[in-house]
Design a protein around this ligand. Structure first.
Ligand code: MEV
Length: 312
């Protein structure tokens, strides 16, 4: 056992394919390193203690809103057979929650890594997946697994289903501008509303999911051949399809429009939508800054500029 255990995890950006990926269409996601979650584990005097943005106190009395976190901590302690060792878990986050950047999966990954580190135990990706999936199921309805897979891999991934995940390397010379709308999205709600739409009109909504899937395939081809304009066009096309299944809102649409008016090659919501972030694609740093400024003027609370070349 160490004096202090440490676990770090990035966020993720879904470039394309959110929602449709729940219905077996492909998606592309990249890790988001500009903000991260760091968890520190130390010895606690009597019982497990936790400190995070939402709560500070005993794990036993933690509110139900962090049930996923409580479950993952208890599962890890059980897995490591360390139930009788009280720990103090401190979660420090620069990744905004409810922003579509994968904060729930990122918290889980960093907590598991920190606990394994504290108890000086080796961890492999397959154990990490299994442990993190339990909490993702509590936070998200029927998660595709793309968030945790991207965060654990720390590389851009092509995700077709749980058994078909490939690490990819982008040749795209452009930049992605990520803009936080400041409105918190709720993945569980958004995913269950889409499920309801599919129940009501399977044919129509499934057609839209297939169209998203086709656009994702076209982005994949164009990522490798550095066709920025085509990638941008597909991104905006996907945004409009997501809008038509009600996972956008006026604020996100305004951010998308402001990015396009400022010269972005394409723009779309990212993640589950109904709040959270918008991403836009631009040629170079100068045009990225112009696009970021336009989205800030439109109300974005925070923006980040991200290169898409190589392993990212
Ligand atoms: C959430 O980051 C992405 C969704 O497609 C849900 C999922 O894949 O589990 C909306």
């Amino acid at each position: 056992m160490k004096l202090i255990g440490k676990g770090i995890a990035s966020g993720k950006i879904i470039l394309a394919g959110e929602h449709a990926v729940v219905y077996n269409q492909p998606a592309i996601a990249v890790p988001f390193f500009a903000a991260q979650i760091e968890t520190l584990v130390t010895k606690a005097p009597v019982e497990h203690l936790i400190e995070c943005d939402y709560y500070k106190g005993t794990l036993r009395e933690a509110p139900t809103s962090i049930n996923g976190l409580r479950t993952i901590i208890l599962n890890v302690m059980d897995y490591l057979r360390k139930d009788t060792h009280p720990v103090n878990i401190d979660i420090i986050s620069s990744l905004p929650s409810g922003s579509g950047l994968g904060s729930s999966a990122s918290v889980s990954v960093s907590v598991v890594r920190a606990l394994f580190d504290y108890f000086d135990c080796e961890i492999n990706d397959s154990i990490l997946y299994d442990l993190v999936e339990t909490s993702e199921r509590i936070y998200h309805l029927n998660p595709s697994g793309i968030d945790m897979r991207t965060i654990i891999n720390s590389k851009p991934v092509w995700f077709e289903n749980r058994d078909d995940i490939k690490v990819i390397s982008s040749q795209l010379s452009g930049y992605i501008i990520v803009a936080d709308s400041g409105i918190k999205g709720n993945t569980k709600e958004a995913v269950s509303e889409v499920r309801e739409l599919i129940r009501e009109d399977f044919e129509e909504i499934n057609k839209k999911m297939e169209s998203i899937g086709e656009a994702v395939r076209s982005i994949q081809t164009n990522l490798f051949s550095d066709r920025l304009r085509e990638v941008g066009h597909s991104m905006t096309y996907i945004h409009n399809l997501l809008k038509s299944i009600n996972v956008s809102n006026d604020t996100l649409d305004r951010l998308v429009d402001s990015a396009l008016s400022a010269g972005a090659l394409g723009a779309k919501l990212t993640g589950s939508g109904k709040g959270g972030c918008v991403i836009a694609l631009a040629h170079d740093t100068v045009s990225s800054q112009k696009v970021a400024k336009a989205m800030e003027t439109e109300g974005a609370t925070q923006t980040w500029i991200y290169s898409l070349k190589g392993d990212i």
